[in-house]
Design a protein around this ligand. Structure first.
Ligand SMILES: [Mg+2]
Length: 245
């Protein structure tokens, strides 16, 4: 068994970014030898800080599937670099007339204001190796998406930002890590539409309640729904499965 999980709003509380309410299920996974694979739009620097506090030792997928970090093995690079992503975003914005503001245009203060992140965490979030998060200032995002698609890039929507990515997604990265771990009994947990593709690739998807739940249920009608939002729901849903295998 292997658990693939989103972070914000799923394993981490949407507002406090705490994983504490999930600690009992995290400990149970450790005791049973069930790897927890973190799947996130966050950077390597952000995830490393979190892994220390969680004492996480398993693989992790960063920047929306742009790379999978497999401890003791070379990284699996799946996506375009952030400089290529930024260049594509600028070009697509110009071509489509949709005005955007990317992370690389924002000060740490502005990232904090827009995300509610603590300044130390925002500095780690700004250390991107692959895609580029952005906000739309004016114009329809669909037009920007088409312009990016022409350039071979795609847009995914996270909790607070859009992200431009080149040639990668969380689903592909999850499949690669499941192959690497040679384990088909996959569980996935997520709370937002950008988790849907990876939840569709796992054997047992679990939806964490959020304002997106309705759309998520439509895409994943057979998914199990956690009994409450955030890490507390994460823990209860996972303990239910671990206790009734
Ligand atoms: Mg999330």
């Amino acid at each position: 068994m292997v658990v693939f999980t989103d972070l914000d709003g799923t394993l981490l509380d949407r507002d406090t970014y705490s994983h504490a309410p999930a600690d009992s299920a995290i400990d149970r996974c450790k005791a049973l030898g069930v790897p927890i694979v973190l799947v996130t739009s966050k950077t390597r620097a952000e995830v490393e800080a979190l892994r220390l506090s969680m004492r996480h030792t398993g693989p992790y997928i960063i920047e929306n599937g742009a790379a999978a970090i497999l401890p003791g093995h070379p990284d699996l690079i799946l996506g375009a670099s952030s400089s290529a992503s930024r260049a594509a975003l600028r070009r697509a914005s110009f071509v489509s007339g949709v005005l955007v503001r990317g992370f690389s245009d924002m000060s740490i203060d502005e990232i904090c204001q827009r995300s509610g992140l603590h300044p130390e965490i925002a500095a780690l979030a700004a250390r991107r190796e692959y895609g580029e998060p952005f906000v739309v200032l004016s114009g329809p995002v669909s037009r920007l998406e088409s312009a990016l698609a022409e350039l071979g890039f795609q847009v995914t929507r996270g909790g607070r930002f859009f992200h431009v990515l080149g040639g990668c997604d969380k689903a592909r990265a999850v499949r690669k890590v499941a192959e690497f771990l040679n384990d088909g009994d996959t569980i996935g947990l997520g709370d937002a539409p950008n988790d849907i593709p990876f939840l569709l690739t796992v054997r047992r998807p679990i939806l964490i309640p959020s304002p997106h739940l309705h759309a998520m249920r439509a895409a994943l009608p057979n998914a199990f729904i956690a009994p409450e939002p955030g890490p507390a729901g994460w823990s209860r849903a996972l303990l239910e499965i671990l206790d009734n295998p």
